[in-house]
Design a protein around this ligand. Structure first.
Ligand code: 6PG
Length: 257
């Protein structure tokens, strides 16, 4: 089967990556709101999105006022199994960098309840919320933001996890052995319904993972169990990779070889 075209945009550094992402985010928000009067976006967690969120929130930048926040619905691609005020919480990171600074209605913030003692129940509750929002059986986010771990995980789809192969449920709560914790994560069943996915990948520590995701192992094989980000292939949507030079170094070496 022909390899899908990869839309990879090389950014000089983290600052350019964040700005490019902010341009994409605000452009796509305008298109979605113009067409359907709403923009449903699933945010990534971790540290990479912080600069993007700060740009979107900044009063001295054009993005904040370009976006009709009343029509934006924010979801998360994954969450840690912690309360929303915990330092590890993806929601807390987003609240601090974005939510406290933009006029988004509280009802439009669809938080994963990481504080729920039973992570599986948190996942089930979130799936209920998604089904209620999407009115049925098609969780078609206008945009999904994803990161990439050094082990090529994305969202909380980690190597060797059953969650990587989940095709029915939209949200699951895998035990992540290497982190000794549960996570709550959207699955490929939900993520691959998106109209657009943008990966944000920054830093030298991601170079090997990015190379593996694009090139596979020595024989170029695809193996999402080893490199979970490979499972992200929207059936009817686009994938854009925003990558800084440091993260792309493995690719550049190969392309230059
Ligand atoms: C999380 C994320 C995770 C993240 C990658 C990259 O909850 O941590 O959703 O998938 O995107 O681990 O994280 P950094 O941006 O911190 O490198």
């Amino acid at each position: 089967m022909a390899q899908p075209l990869i839309d990879l945009r090389l950014c000089a550094d983290g600052a350019e990556l964040a700005r490019t992402a902010a341009e994409e985010f605000s452009r796509r928000a305008g298109l979605a709101i113009g067409a359907r009067e709403r923009f449903a976006v699933a945010l990534s967690g971790g540290s990479t999105p912080r600069r993007l969120f700060a740009l979107l929130a900044a009063r001295d930048e054009p993005f904040r006022d370009r976006i009709d926040w009343r029509a934006v619905h924010l979801f998360w691609g994954d969450e840690r199994h912690v309360p929303p005020d915990h330092p590890e919480s993806n929601f807390r990171m987003t609240r601090e960098t974005l939510l406290d600074a933009v006029p988004i209605p509280a009802a439009n913030i669809h938080r994963i309840r990481g504080e729920e003692p039973d992570a599986a129940r948190a996942a089930a509750l979130y799936e209920d919320e998604l089904r209620a929002f999407f009115l049925g059986d098609d969780p078609r986010f206008d945009l999904v933001l994803l990161g990439l771990g050094p082990d090529a995980h994305t969202a909380s789809l980690f190597p060797g996890s059953d969650a990587v192969r989940e095709r029915e449920r939209w949200v699951v709560a895998p035990w992540v052995e290497k982190l000794a914790t549960f996570r709550i994560t959207l699955t490929p069943a939900a993520l691959n319904r998106a109209a657009a996915v943008i990966f944000l990948v920054q830093g030298e520590e991601k170079a090997a993972a990015l190379h593996a995701v694009f090139e596979g192992g020595r024989d170029g094989e695809r193996d999402p169990d080893r490199w979970p980000a490979q499972v992200i292939r929207p059936e009817n949507g686009e994938v854009v990779w925003l990558v800084d030079r440091a993260a792309a170094s493995g690719l550049e070496k190969r392309s230059g070889s």
